[in-house]
Design a protein around this ligand. Structure first.
Ligand SMILES: [Zn+2]
Length: 295
């Protein structure tokens, strides 16, 4: 147990809340994904941007202190104001700019569980952190239960909720014509996923969401992950495979009656940690979260 708490303390120190972070050095970079579609990176979740004849459409908006820089990066691409913001889930590194963008005139859209979780204090057991309720102005104005489609910028943008995975309010955003998908934190490209069990997340949902996306996309589809570089179908397949392999190992240990601590001590992720466990999510924390979320 001591070891586990030491790991948690480390995690807390490397994942400070927005208020404790210094955003002054953060640079927002735009990478073209397809005609009229960009991925913006800075700090926090990757942003999707669609520009064109209908107007500016944004998927996720990082942290509030970055809004001015994000808007400056968008202005370098289009003079049009942001008309819609879609949140892939409730986490603050994906919704922190909501209040600013909403006040600037954007309509905020998300699954109903995003609004529900942002409306009340959220406790993260993993990071021993509480997130206060968001102000009314930051909350999604339009919510949906299963799916909503935008007929926008000459494309069909399908936003679909998936069963509990990273959280219980995740959506996949698909640009049908442009053949681009934004997966939010259902996909950490090149790293273990964070399974937010305090928000209803489940490893089996993470695997199922990846499999759903793999079944629907082609070899040439470009994928914007929640974190990590712009991805291909092969990257998503590799991620699905490693998560499934480790899930099965941890499930076996749990089925044998091993405790959470004993399962973590068995280091079931050890042979993958060098490739997948060097970022935000370390092998031990990931193992604990998988264990917790298994039936
Ligand atoms: Zn997240």
């Amino acid at each position: 147990m001591k070891v586990f708490f030491a790991v948690l303390a480390l995690a807390v120190s490397v994942v400070p809340a927005a208020a404790q972070q210094d955003f002054s050095k953060v640079e927002i970079k735009a990478e073209k994904v397809a005609a009229g579609i960009y991925m913006l990176t800075g700090r926090g979740g990757n942003i999707g941007l669609s520009v064109g004849k209908s107007g500016t459409y944004v998927i996720d908006d990082q942290y509030a202190p970055l809004t001015d820089k994000i808007l400056a990066a968008i202005r370098a691409i289009t003079p049009d104001p942001v008309r819609f913001v879609v949140n892939t889930h409730w986490h603050g590194d994906h919704t922190g700019g909501n209040e600013n963008l909403g006040k600037a005139g954007a309509l905020l859209v998300a699954h109903e569980n995003v609004r529900r979780r942002m409306s009340a204090e959220q406790l993260s057991a993993t990071f021993n952190r509480s997130t206060p309720p968001s102000p009314e102005a930051a909350l999604p104005v339009v919510t949906f239960t299963d799916a909503v489609t935008f007929h926008w910028n000459g494309d069909e943008i399908r936003v679909r909720h998936v069963p509990p995975a990273h959280t219980d309010g995740d959506s996949i955003v698909q640009f049908v014509k442009a053949d681009v998908v934004h997966m939010g934190d259902l996909f950490f490209n090149g790293g273990y996923p964070f399974i937010d069990t305090s928000s209803g997340g489940r490893v089996d949902g993470v695997i199922a969401a990846a499999e759903q996306a793999l079944a629907e996309i082609g070899e040439r589809t470009r994928i914007i992950p929640g974190h990590g570089p712009l991805a291909t179908r092969a990257d998503l397949q590799a991620y699905r495979d490693v998560v499934k392999t480790l899930r099965d190992r941890i499930a076996k240990l749990k089925a044998e009656g091993k405790s959470r601590d004993a399962t973590i001590a068995a280091k079931p992720t050890a042979d993958h940690d060098a490739a997948w466990g060097t970022g935000f999510m370390k092998g031990d924390i990931f193992t604990g979260l998988v264990y917790d979320s298994l039936p």
